[in-house]
Design a protein around this ligand. Sequence first.
Ligand code: SF4
Length: 260
Amino acid sequence: MAAVALSALEHMTPHDLVTYSRCPHEMELHRARQASARTGSDIAPKTPPGTSPERHSPLFSPPMHGVQVFEGRIDFGPLDRLIYLDRGETGIPVLFSPEQTTLDSRLGDSNGTIVDEELGFAGRPDLVVRRVDGDLVPVEYKATHLFHDVHGFHGRTFDTIQAIAECRLVHAATGHRPSHGVVLYGDSAGDGRREGWVEVAYGESEEHWLRAALTQIRTDRVRAPVPAERNCAGCEPNKEGRCHYAATHYDPSLRAATGV
Ligand code: SF4
C-alpha cells in the first residue's frame, strides 16, 4: 500500500479522541474554531447541515481489560524521577522535588508538545515519571475526586482513552513502550480519602485500537451530533451557543465538578 504523506494526515490530539468518544460534532466544532483562529478566516465544521443526530458516538470502545482502579494516594517513591512536566498547565501539584527531577529532552518540542509524526498525533501529558524499574509512566492529573460511575460524563472510557493516547506519545518520542498510563485524581480534601488513580495497561491491543480509532475519525466525513444531557451539559461549544442540536443547557457546575 502506498505510504500516506504526513501532511495528508489530519492532525489529532488526545483531546480530540476523548471528545469524539462523547460527541463527534463537539470535536468538529472545537476543531473548526481552532482552524478559524489559526487561519483568520471562518472555517465551517465538516458536519453537513441537516445531519441527523445519533444516540451514540460511532467510536468503538477501547480495550478495558487492562484497567485497574486504586483508592488513596499514589505510591511514587524517592527513587522515581519526574522526566516531563507540562509547564503550560496550572494546578498540577508538586509531587517531585528538584532532586527528583531529570527532564528528558526527547519529550516535548520547544513548546513542550510531544509529537508522534508517524500517526500525525500530538499532545501534552501533565507529567511523565520514570519509575525506579525504568518504566516510563505518563500521568494525567485531575484535581477532582475519583469517579466510580463508569458510565458517567467522566468515567472509565475517558480515563482509558486519555491514558492510551499519552502512552503512545511517550512510546513514539522515546522508543520505550510504557507498560501503563495513569489518570490521577488528586482531590486533597479529606486527607487523601478522596484521592485515587486509574492505571490503564498499554500493550499491542491498545496501540492497535488507537491506530484504528484515528483512522475512523479521519475518515468520518459527518461527525454527527450526539445530543444527550450527559454530553451537552459539559460541552464548551454549547456554552457558546454554537450547537443547534443541544439537548440541554450548558451547566458550569458540572464542568467544575468533573474537571474535564
Ligand atoms: S451541545 Fe450536545 S450535541 Fe451539540 S456538540 Fe455539544 S455535546 Fe454535541
